[in-house]
Design a protein around this ligand. Structure first.
Ligand SMILES: *Cc1c(COP(=O)(O)O)cnc(C)c1O
Length: 453
């Protein structure tokens, strides 16, 4: 192991210097990928020197998500203490299903879950688990709701016509999950959003009433804290009133921006969160832990047990259910995703998590101010969002983003809302400073003035 640790350190130092000197890796066209890099698996072993060089070539060409030029998606940057925790989790290699195998790591996971339940005002009966990503957290939520309102579904399958509701601006996993749980995509109602991307509670109520009249059983509403394109926050209080009237499970998908719960300056964006039945948040998005670190909590832990537990004598041989986390998880063997969030949280404190969140909103303000003060830009997004959407001059967003990537200038994506295309810059990378945001715009301007579109 010692030699490999040395090699690891050397490769990481190489990666960090690449991030600095070549922040946007030269993309390799897919047509020549297998001719450019030695990715083949052969019968013969590779000698150490070639092994190292091959890895270096791969690192060089791999997109640099922790560089100051990465604005592409809803994650980025590197929180050192979280990375340290994840590296330790790899070395420890526990499986989180039993206390016997994971020991104190179980306590680490439970501590995080309890803390989050307390922060959002859930009662002592609440609990949660770590899922393999935000899509799967949403899946666990909708499955718990299905089993609550149709308990025989677990054994007999779906027998009645159940419907679920989510805004037209929500994440695509809601529709996918409807198909996974046997409800079907056609039973997903896309609720209208206003121009800011927030779900309209009146339209929700109308749809629910229509479905009840037709003999459907509405059972699940998904609200979003940070929609994937505009970063909008649905009005939880209004939506939860509708859900209470009709006795429907309310889930809050906070994969992107649910971490605002850690900031007393921004937690008003999820006002009413205590009225939800379940809530999910990705620490690998705003909190900047390595992928993946997704948490799902629910107000009454009995729903976790009722949907996810299974007896297995070969597995559960010691300790009580509370410490055998396999009884409430999607998987059997499960990676330790909690440690990286715990090492981050422990080292910076809850106040440190708050500064991470506040910093991202501040960077977004800097970006929006810049855009508003420069007549060549048009802004499409709103206050209180870390997705900054805009167009530059009359250059198509798609063309601009693609060329910036092909010419290794910037990694930034484009989006679309209500038939309007735009560049979507995301200020989720906490290691960025104000100057990096200004540099982002300067790069676009210099590039545009020297490029034919
Ligand atoms: C990212 C995201 C998801 C999916 O999370 P994954 O971890 O990528 O599966 C779900 N909902 C929203 C709003 C998201 O932004």
């Amino acid at each position: 192991m010692q030699n490999d640790l040395k090699l690891f350190t050397e490769l990481v130092e190489f990666l960090i210097s690449e991030e600095k000197n070549n922040p946007v890796a030269t993309p390799i066209d897919t047509k020549i990928l297998y001719d450019t890099l030695d990715l083949n698996l052969n019968d013969e072993p590779l000698i150490d020197k070639d092994f190292k060089n091959t890895l270096k070539e791969i690192i060089k060409s791999t997109p640099k998500t922790a560089s100051t030029s990465f604005f592409n998606q809803l994650f980025g940057g590197r929180m050192n203490k979280a990375t340290l925790g994840d590296l330790l989790a790899v070395m420890l290699n526990n499986s989180m299903y039993t206390y016997k195998v994971a020991g104190p790591q179980v306590g680490i996971e439970k501590t995080i879950l309890r803390k989050i339940c307390n922060i959002i005002g859930y009662p002592q009966s609440a609990d949660g688990t770590f899922a393999p990503g935000g899509s799967m957290s949403n899946y666990m939520a909708v499955l718990m709701a299905r089993d609550k309102y149709n308990p025989s579904a677990r054994n007999k399958g779906i027998t009645n016509k159940m419907t679920l509701y989510t805004s037209e601006a929500s994440h695509y996993s809601i529709a996918k999950n409807a198909s996974f749980i046997g409800i079907g995509r056609h039973q997903v109602r896309a609720i209208k959003a206003n121009e800011k991307g927030e779900m309209l509670a009146e339209d929700l109520e109308d749809q629910i009433k229509k479905d009840i009249k037709k003999g459907y059983q509405p059972f699940f509403v998904n609200a979003t804290a940070g929609t994937t394109v505009l970063g909008a926050f649905d009005d939880i209080e209004q939506i939860s009133n509708v859900c209470k009237t009709h006795d429907i499970w309310l889930h809050l998908d906070g994969a992107y921006c649910g971490a605002v719960i850690f900031s007393d300056q921004y937690n008003h964006l999820v006002k009413g969160i205590e009225h939800t039945n379940s809530f999910s948040v990705n620490a690998h998005k705003m909190l900047g832990t390595p992928l993946g670190c997704s948490i799902i909590v629910t107000k009454d832990k009995k729903h976790l047990y009722e949907s996810f537990s299974n007896d297995a004598e070969y597995l559960y041989q010691t300790d009580d259910d509370d410490f055998n986390l396999g009884k409430t998880s999607l998987q059997c063997g499960r990676r330790n995703d909690a440690l990286k969030l715990w090492t981050l949280w422990k080292s910076v404190g809850s106040l440190g998590l708050k500064s991470i969140i506040d910093h991202q909103f501040k960077l977004a303000d800097v970006a929006r101010n810049y855009i508003n003060n420069h007549p060549d830009y048009t802004l499409y997004s709103f206050e209180n969002s870390i997705s900054v959407c805009f167009n530059y001059k009359d250059i198509s967003a798609k063309t601009l983003c693609t060329k910036l990537y092909e010419e290794s200038k910037l990694m930034v994506g484009f989006g679309n809302f209500k038939n309007q295309d735009f560049v979507r810059m995301v200020t989720i990378n906490t290691i960025l400073q104000e100057k990096d945001i200004l540099n982002f715009f300067k790069t676009i301007e210099d590039f545009a003035s020297s490029t034919d579109f």
